[in-house]
Design a protein around this ligand. Sequence first.
Ligand code: SF4
Ligand code: SF4
Length: 439
Amino acid sequence: MLRTFKGGVHPEDGKKLSAHKAIEPGPIPDVVVIPLSMHIGASAVPVVAVGDHVDLGQPIADASGVISAPVHASVSGMVTAIEPRPHPNGIKMMSIVIENDKLDTPYEKNQPLSESDRKNPDAITTRIGECGIVGLGGAAFPTAPKIRSGFGKIDRLIINGAECEPYITSGYRLMLERTEELISGIRLLMTVFGLNTAYIGIESNKLDAVAHIESMLTQNDGIIVYPLKTKYPQGAEKQLIRAVTGRKVPPASLPAAVGCAVFNVDTVIAVHHAVYDGQPLTTKVVTFSGDCVANPKNLEVRIGTPIADILKDIGGFKEPPRKVLFGGPMMGIAQPNLNAQIIKSTNAILGLSGTEDPLETEHVCVHCGRCLSVCPMNLMPVYMYAHAERGQLDKCEQLNILDCMECGSCSYICMGRLHLVQMFKKAKGQITEANRQAK
Ligand code: SF4
Ligand code: SF4
């Protein structure tokens, strides 16, 4: 029987639009706009000035705290501005603008780690930090501090190949096309944590990826591939841990609390390149898909490339989309501004038509109870919504609304078409702010 977790939903996956499309290089941008914040934690601090020439892979902003990550040039060329620019989060964010000289002159100081350092957990982790690697599945938590906080506590290393969000196929293509790099990255993380075994969880709608990875492994690798039930949100950290190990991460706790560390396949491949090639994070494999996109593709694009440029290059939309999303339809962020750019955590750009106009639809709870059965965190969305609507934040907190991971399963299944997740996001923000002020 396939491993899984309790709850969850089965949205139409839409993956057939791009799953068969091999990764292609994206268009070479004339200009890249690289935000100083593409991660959770403190923004990076610029170490270049307007007028400077930079090489491909050169550090252009340093990490500025324990939870932070440096930023690197994704092209060679001239820094033409350091100023606020549109960011995929919907706000303007300080960014470094580089005019591409199209020479891709490599930054010569980026060199592979020595063979002896490749056996040294501290040296590997330092290199991961220097190369600006963050969680590439969407969370964007800097990887080096995540590893350091787990030193001595981790006995289960789990690689997340679930890719449960509809339409997204970038991780699937990476598992098929960059398998050696993936296995190499897993071995490095096993060295970091001093483990002889690692587990890869992959949903059963990607059994060819399971078979392909297994065909590349030997018994001595200690890497075990688990096919998982295809169900959303199978790739959420706590649900993946539950499915692979049977362990339950307590509310408000991190995976390390139950001895687990989870890394996305993209992140693991980036670890390989950082260590073996001295290559910082300057590109990202992104799925461009949705029923409105003329030519769905999986593209490896330079970080900082404006989305509008990429869409133009691949033929744009065949019909005007009702919405453009950064990320999947369940947790993605709607983009009003296509001048925003690809950042480290971008895994998909979707153009979707949809049929419902949310402003014209009546939203009423019909007490069907479906939200109660699908919540993977065992929460009570219908009651949380009712209290949040009345501003009863204390009652929301008693119902553990802060454990809501905003997966969207309840909104997806809701017969009353209630905007449950939006309400929970707002209430969580208000509770967090009230708690902060109380402190
Ligand atoms: S309440 Fe939160 S965690 Fe539960 S299904 Fe809804 S969005 Fe997901
Ligand atoms: S799924 Fe929607 S309509 Fe059904 S009980 Fe939950 S909130 Fe109400």
